[in-house]
Write a protein that binds this ligand. Structure first.
Ligand code: BES
Ligand code: ZN
Ligand code: ZN
Length: 505
């Protein structure tokens, strides 16, 4: 794990470390250099002033080797901040990521960061730290090459040269952020894992292992195929039928509140590979369907964080885990499934499988936990990518209050979310001639008809559904953000942790 400390600038060590200085386009004086020694301050200030405009642009940087006393050389990274008034918390998060990536590229594991981002705002402090750490994520455990298997993150040693006003708050944020980042990394690792390794059983094992983190507040139960059958979770059974890896229902119960208090329910789509089944997908980019378990990984990541952070309250996480495969035992277009809550579903496309497994997981959660609210996460529809692109997730549901809380928080976390309207008209589109509802609603409004389908399984519980098809991993159209390296992003984990911390639900 990275080491983060709040210390003064250690001049004895300057030749080994990288000193990061922000340079802005407005040529504002940098009063955050006041804690550095006078000799160094003078040199750095003249450097800042003579720095070319190109380096002052947001996200640009320049390594400068500066001779100082005693024949020492100090390594200074000039980091472009752009226009100071345009800086916001997400840009600061990105700058944190950019500086870490530059430090890694230049092979400095010790980094001193001056307070160019305004640490007196604790939100700025937190987002800089998040960016610095999240950007260093690497998924290389399948590369049989020790060179590439870098341990940079574990050796990363950061000194933050902040003002001295908020020491205790800073310490708390550091401790918290390291845990949040660990949880995002856990979600990313699972979601990035190949489908021949992380099948439903392995996903369940990953959830079971969370129990080791804590002190008994988290209990994890995994229902196997026979149990699903006995309970009538026929939607999950149907989708999982075509695979040799049997389906599982992963149930994570976190109890850290009044036992009488109703829990918050989180549900995530855990399709460990989505071929489309009998309605098979075209081959192009089918490999990306290993990411179809990302919603489930988000829930597992959140449960890990909640447990590590000891967040007060009762929270239940449920992940239906299946592999959607074509075979002689697969479910078919035309099948009618009697779902866990008794409603019948006509299957018209086996590639619209996510809503079927989520439906059972949602009604199982509603029936057995009477939750006070529900949030679900799913890479549910390609239509969401058409509607909102690959930088914004969709959100829908029956509670504008819950939705607006999530959307509001997302404006600071950088996990952009936009609400789509779940109007009554969309419910007409999924009525079936032979069953209560059908699992597709035609070519139009595909993201919203999918949400309309889910809403049949939540009763009146306040509920928000997040379609993360475009944002769960970096794909065509994803704008580069330093803190989201290629592959799974762990989308949703940070925003929902903020929500759960706030205790406003
Ligand atoms: N997992 C896919 C949705 C998806 C596609 C996510 C591409 C991310 C990228 C989902 O199971 C699916 O295939 N949905 C179908 C629904 C359709 C058959 C109504 C889709 O979006 O095409
Ligand atoms: Zn599908
Ligand atoms: Zn899918």
């Amino acid at each position: 794990m990275a080491k983060i400390s709040l210390k003064d600038y250690d001049e004895a060590n300057i030749d080994k470390s990288l000193l990061v200085i922000g340079v802005n386009e407005d040529n504002l004086d940098a009063d955050y250099l006041k804690d550095l020694s006078l000799k160094i301050k003078i040199d750095i200030q003249s450097l800042m002033h003579s720095c070319p405009l190109g380096i002052k642009k947001f996200g640009k940087s320049l390594l400068t080797l500066l001779p100082v006393d005693n024949n020492k050389i100090i390594s200074v990274l000039l980091l472009g901040l752009g226009k100071t008034r345009e800086l916001d918390v997400d840009k600061i998060r990105q700058l944190g990521g950019i500086l870490s990536l530059r430090a890694r590229e230049l092979n400095y594991s010790q980094v001193n960061v001056t307070d160019f981002y305004g640490s007196s705002s604790l939100a700025n402090f937190e987002s800089l730290l998040e960016g610095m750490l999240l950007s260093l994520y690497e998924f290389n455990k399948f590369k049989n090459d020790p060179e590439k298997n870098s341990k940079y993150y574990d050796e990363y040693d950061v000194t933050l040269l902040n003002d001295k006003g908020h020491q205790q708050e800073y310490e708390k944020i550091i401790e918290k952020t390291l845990k949040v980042v660990e949880s995002v990394f856990y979600a990313r690792d699972l979601s990035n894992s190949p489908p021949n390794v992380v099948n439903p059983e392995q996903l369940a094992k990953a959830a079971l292992s969370l129990v080791d983190d804590g002190d008994g507040k988290l209990k994890v139960t995994v229902l196997d195929k026979n149990q699903l059958d006995d309970l009538g979770l026929n939607g999950i059974i149907a989708v999982g039928k075509g695979s040799n890896s049997p389906p599982k229902l992963i149930i994570m119960e976190y109890k850290n509140g009044d036992p009488k208090e109703k829990p918050i329910l989180l549900v995530g789509k855990g399709v460990t590979f989505d071929t489309g089944g009998i309605s098979i997908k075209p081959g192009d980019k089918m490999d990306e369907m290993k990411f179809d378990k990302s919603g489930g990984c988000t829930v597992i990541g959140i449960m890990k964080a909640v447990n590590l952070l000891d967040i007060p309250g009762n929270i239940v996480g449920i992940v239906p885990a299946v592999e959607n495969m074509p075979s002689s035992s697969s479910y078919r277009p035309g099948d009618i499934i009697k779902m866990y809550n008794g409603k019948t579903v006509e299957v018209l496309n086996t590639d619209a499988e996510g809503r079927i497994i989520l439906a059972d997981a949602l009604s199982y959660g509603v029936k057995n936990y009477s939750p006070k609210c529900i949030i679900d996460f799913a890479t549910l529809t390609g239509a969401c990518i058409i509607a909102l692109g690959t930088n914004v997730a969709g959100i829908m549901g029956n509670s504008d209050d819950l939705i607006s809380k999530i959307v509001q928080l997302s404006t600071n976390t950088g996990e952009k979310i936009w609400q789509l309207p779940l109007y009554n008209e969309f419910f007409e589109l999924i009525k079936s001639n032979v069953a209560n509802i059908k699992n597709i609603g035609g070519r139009t409004g595909g993201t919203i008809t999918a949400a309309a389908f889910l809403s049949h399984f939540v009763d009146d519980t306040p509920w928000a559904h997040m379609d993360i098809a475009g944002t769960a991993w970096t794909q065509d159209g994803t704008i580069d953000k330093s803190y989201n390296p290629r592959g799974s992003t762990g989308f949703g984990v940070r925003t929902i942790i903020k929500l759960l911390e706030q205790k406003t639900l």
